[in-house]
Design a protein around this ligand. Sequence first.
Ligand SMILES: *Cc1c(COP(=O)(O)O)cnc(C)c1O
Length: 470
Amino acid sequence: MDLLKHKEDTLTDVFGTREMRSPAPTEFIPKGKTAPEVAYQMVKEETYPQTQPRLNLATFVTTYMDDHATRLMNEAINVNYIDETEYPRVAVMCGRCLNILANLWNTPEKAQWKTGAPGIGSSEACMLGGVAAWLRWRNRRKAAGKPFDKPNLVMSSAYQVVWEKFCQLWQIELRTVPIDMQHPTLDIEAALRLCDENTICIVPIAGVTWSGLDDDIEGLDKALDAYNRRTGFEIPIHVDAASGGFILPFLHPERKWDFRLKWVLSISTSGHKFGLVYPGLGWVVWKDKKYLPDEMSFSVNYLGASITQVGLNFSRPAAQILGQYYNFIRLGFEGYREIQQNSMDITAYCHREIGKMSCFRNFAPEVVNPLFIWSLDPEYEKTAKWTLFDLQARLQQSGWMVPAYTMPANIEQTIVMRIVVRQGMSRDMADMLLQDIRNAVAEFEELQYPTPSRLKFERSEHQKGKVYTH
Ligand SMILES: *Cc1c(COP(=O)(O)O)cnc(C)c1O
């Protein structure tokens, strides 16, 4: 029998091979070779039990591109962006994308090529914006003969983790303004109270990851202008527009959040979020070349040519840049506007339907970006036998990934649930999701005993001294 099993040849079906009944390598490189179709199947197998990307409502990152975009990107999969000498047209396309973004964000820069850089995501773009602000501050302090060893950065506590990384890696003090129910976005006055001569920049967010709201950037700019005039400081703004950078220009072109504002000197965004490109692509743009410190441009003598490079990484895929440029041509302003508006309409629909369910309460009365969060209604929560973590697990059974999480400091006892609506989420999908939510809630309401997650929640409430009587 065993002999027969091992008599494989080139006609043996993939599922007739020895590998399909053997464990996959987990620690050591296999000694021998595996036929490509078998190796393919083994790797593919690993991905099956995961969420379907389109049903992953936790992510902001693109999970759908059309066939032409996908083809273009696949065809460029072997191109390294850094090889500018060999692939000069990719560098040109990158420059065109930066020009288009800078102009969408109303840059005053007159140069033929606007100042900016691509990144692997907003994370790299944020770091580059942060480093530039830090170096400008440092150079100004040095020139004035003042100490430059205690830089700090001010933003709301609803920051994305990249800012913690940036501050940790560059040893910059992160000063945060807590958000709470009274101040669900950056409290401008509180932010200014945290500023001093060592503040390298303030970072408002357009499309707060935690809540989907926008910080009031125009209000901040106005207040900061008065503050800078009074103190003689020159604290600038870097806008973290990971989501908003591709939402505001299309849906609210009249709203001032960008380079039209005096103190906004740099803006970062994620090309792979609402820029509608597959991961990983980010962008950072400066208001003018003079705001990008010389120390950040590296002239690399590479393969016989001198190229100027701004970035943390050296090699990076070119395919994403082709995808972004394709989207700009294919969709145009009008196409982007239609897709973002559809996402907003579907978000608003889900927000309305969730709001109608008496067990839930939306965090904000309106949706500002194609995402929103909600929690259990506080009255309902007092006697509920379940939590939103149970709902998350229940929805996962139908393939949906809808995350539940606790909010940042000060309101960390609040459990919320979030939906991000991206291109590819149709009204029909929204209806299926809402029905799955209603069915789950109906099941939970039949529960005789509290779920383990509810018991854990009660214990943590108890520890805080907030004992519920029921
Ligand atoms: C997603 C996000 C980031 C990080 O962006 P990546 O593109 O995932 O690197 C930074 N800031 C905000 C506000 C975000 O939403």
